[in-house]
Design a protein around this ligand. Structure first.
Ligand code: DAH
Length: 342
């Protein structure tokens, strides 16, 4: 028989295979994939086969191998050896072991939690494009022409069209929403952002932010502070303390950075808080009237506050993760730790 037909018939055999014990599964594994297993012969025959058939055969063999592996996984998932051995007659009413459960990615867990808290305060979720124009990322947010963020060193531009770029922050979505909606509006805008940074334990060229915006009559800095305090206490725990430090962003005035009190008990606390006990979690401020006006909102009638936070940063704080790269390496040993977290 030609190798192709041979594999096809084995494939049927493998797919129909049932196990009566874990030993049975193990024996099957050894028979096929063991050091002297039948897969060795298949590979030897593959080597000998004519070159023009190799492409198709290679694919078939891969599929075959996967099928063996998934039989083994299903066999192992079907229960412990004891459970299988207990009844020689198959009990069709018993639930099967199911596919092994996956875990939510830690960034998804945290994003969902942040969104949940803010939704309960009346914010609604909105999203905008990752490839943006200069207006929404910079000009509409009051960035001066010579601002360093507009530099190629910090921003990825689209070669064919210098007006287009990968958004460097989710504040761009504020500009879209303010132009599209009538106040009052209370919106959160999660998404991916991109910066031209060398990848290290503390920086990445792609990460996630969640932006918040509230525009209404009579919105004040006190509203901002209370919203953020409430958020921090829901997220980090009821006795969390925050402090606001004056800062600068082109699109807010006044602007602040918010720290949570982390503590100074251990050496690690001292190191990550640089000896202060405080850790920065987000940037915020009152929307600059020029930004409101640029989006067509009358700044004499309306005021707004905005804030933006990094999801990786907050996840690292919450779960004490020391290296940003862990989020993007898909290492199952890392990801499995989040099993059962929603
Ligand atoms: N866009 C800022 C950044 O990426 C974060 C930020 C600061 C967002 C202040 C805001 C804000 O909405 O008010 O660093």
């Amino acid at each position: 028989m030609k190798l192709k037909e041979q594999i096809q018939s084995w494939l049927e055999e493998v797919e129909a295979k049932t196990f009566s014990s874990a030993d049975d599964v193990e024996q099957f594994r050894i028979d096929w994939l063991g050091r002297k297993g039948r897969m060795k012969d298949v590979m030897a025959a593959f080597k000998e086969s004519p070159n023009e058939e190799k492409r198709e055969l290679g694919k078939l063999i891969n599929q075959f191998k996967q099928s063996i592996e998934s039989r083994i996984a299903a066999g192992l998932a079907a229960g412990t050896s004891d459970a299988i051995e207990e009844s020689a007659v198959h009990d069709w009413t018993r639930p099967d072991g199911g596919a092994p459960a996956g875990a939510h990615h830690p960034l998804s867990v945290v994003r969902r939690e942040i969104i949940g808290i803010l939704e309960r305060m009346g914010f609604v979720v909105s999203e905008g494009p990752e490839i943006e124009d200069d207006w929404h990322v910079f000009s509409g947010l009051n960035f001066p022409e010579e601002h360093p963020a507009r530099d190629m060193q910090d921003t990825f531009f689209v070669d064919r069209n210098p007006d287009m770029l990968l958004r460097t922050h989710t504040s761009s979505v504020q500009v879209r929403e303010m132009a599209r909606r009538e106040p009052p509006m209370r919106i959160i805008m999660p998404g991916r952002v991109f910066r031209n940074e060398a990848i290290s334990a503390r920086a990445h060229c792609m990460f996630h932010q969640i932006e918040g915006l509230y525009v209404d009559k009579g919105v004040s800095f006190a509203d901002l502070k209370q919203t953020l305090l409430r958020f921090a206490q829901e997220f980090f725990g009821a006795d969390t303390k925050i402090r606001l430090r004056p800062s600068y962003f082109p699109f807010t005035e006044p602007s602040a950075e918010v720290d949570v009190y982390w503590g100074l008990e251990t050496e690690v606390d001292k190191r990550i808080t640089k000896g202060t006990g405080w850790l920065e979690i987000l940037g915020c401020g009152m929307v600059d009237p020029a930004v409101l006006e640029a989006a067509g909102i009358d700044s004499r009638e309306y005021a707004g506050f905005a804030f933006g936070m990094g999801v990786e940063r907050i996840t690292m704080l919450k779960y004490q993760i020391g290296d940003l790269r862990a989020f993007f390496e898909s290492d199952l040993r890392f990801l499995r730790q989040f099993q059962g977290q929603y």
